[in-house]
Design a protein around this ligand. Structure first.
Ligand SMILES: Nc1ncnc2c1ncn2[C@@H]1O[C@H](COP(=O)(O)OP(=O)(O)O)[C@@H](O)[C@H]1O
Ligand SMILES: [Mg+2]
Length: 325
């Protein structure tokens, strides 16, 4: 069967101060029905831009170009008409944005915004629409959902707003939910509830989740598969189990070492040295080489190929198969 979502060599450039800058560089990954794929990496490495490219929601004013393929059940979304895309957003492909305020309009009530989604996509109005919206709010655990219909976004707490956003994203039962740091703005208890909620909704509807996070704890709890991103590139692909068992790329190993450990003697975090490079001034060769403890001469120039290692793949010369003569 054809994959639900197959992304091949996706490259996105933005216009930044008159120059074209790559923010996503040849990203390739696959998301299967009912599964969760996590995009992981430090802030600024291109995770949100990857998601916005898939949704084709990068504002025209800043978009330079998009290349590659985004195959949704075999159909290349990058070739789809504006009208087709509009129809698919929400119904097939839905996104919870990193900024909780971004997907809800402050000047309309929660009820009006959600009813409008139903009207636009399914032509459902009035009583029936309200009924569906109340059900959706109930499903995400919002107490007295009927009363919330007339609330404006600012009248809800952070956790409730996040739930309302999830309810809105799930209103049309999309095949794919893109969740961009869905719990970063929430305190720990609410965070756990929202993750639980996403998992149970996934079970119920069989939707696939593309989960963007910088938190390995969230990955451990949620993901089947992982793509680790560094400075615009996907540098390691693995199942979540394999990644936690044995991270391959020195950057991924650094991410794990930087995780706070629980219990025992308090250790200083072994953070990765240096900083994520500026997007318009990336190092040549492997973008990670200036920070890498295993740097070799060949890391400094030229693209690094992807090497297969068991079921994982990793863009790092350390894993170049040595040829026996
Ligand atoms: N509107 C914009 N104009 C120029 N550069 C941007 C814009 N939005 C994001 N970027 C740059 O694109 C890069 C990738 O950003 P992003 O995808 O948001 O990272 P992440 O989600 O991984 O933290 C960053 O270096 C960021 O500075
Ligand atoms: Mg982001």
């Amino acid at each position: 069967m054809v994959s639900l979502l197959k992304v091949k060599d996706l490259t996105t450039r933005l216009n930044v101060r008159g120059r074209q800058v790559k923010v996503v560089d040849q990203a390739s990954f696959t998301l299967e029905r009912g599964k969760t794929l996590a995009l992981v990496g430090e802030s600024g490495c291109g995770k949100s831009m990857t998601a916005l490219t898939l949704m084709q929601l990068i504002p025209k004013e800043i978009l330079g170009s998009i290349e590659g393929e985004v195959l949704l059940e075999g159909e290349n979304l990058l070739k789809a008409s504006t009208q087709r895309l509009r129809l698919m957003r929400g119904s097939t492909l839905s996104m919870i944005f990193q900024n909780p305020g971004a997907s809800l309009n402050p000047v309309y009530t929660i009820g009006d915004q959600m009813r409008e989604v139903l009207y636009i996509h399914e032509g459902i109005e009035e009583e029936e629409a309200s009924h569906r919206v109340v059900n959706a709010l109930e499903e995400v655990g919002i107490p007295s959902p009927k009363a919330r219909l007339d609330c404006y976004p600012h009248q809800l707490s952070g956790g409730m707003l996040q739930r309302a956003m999830i309810a809105m994203a799930l209103l049309l039962k999309p095949k794919i939910l893109i969740a961009d740091e869905p719990t970063t703005a929430l305190d720990v208890t609410v965070q756990a509830q929202v993750l639980d909620l996403m998992r149970s909704l996934q079970k119920e509807f069989g939707m696939a989740i593309l989960l963007i996070t910088h938190d390995m704890g969230v990955v451990a709890e949620m993901a089947d598969d992982v793509m680790v991103m560094y400075a615009t590139q996907g540098i390691e692909h693995a199942t979540s189990a394999a990644l936690f068992d044995q991270p391959l790329h020195p950057y991924t190993q650094g991410l794990f070492a930087a995780r706070p450990r629980r219990g025992g003697v308090k250790k200083r975090f072994e953070a990765i040295k240096g900083f994520v490079p500026e997007i318009d001034n990336l190092p040549t060769g492997c973008h990670f080489h200036p920070r890498c403890p295993h740097k070799m001469d060949k890391c400094v120039h030229g693209a690094v190929p992807s090497f297969v290692q068991d079921k994982s793949s990793v863009n790092c010369w350390l894993y170049e198969p040595t040829r026996k003569l």
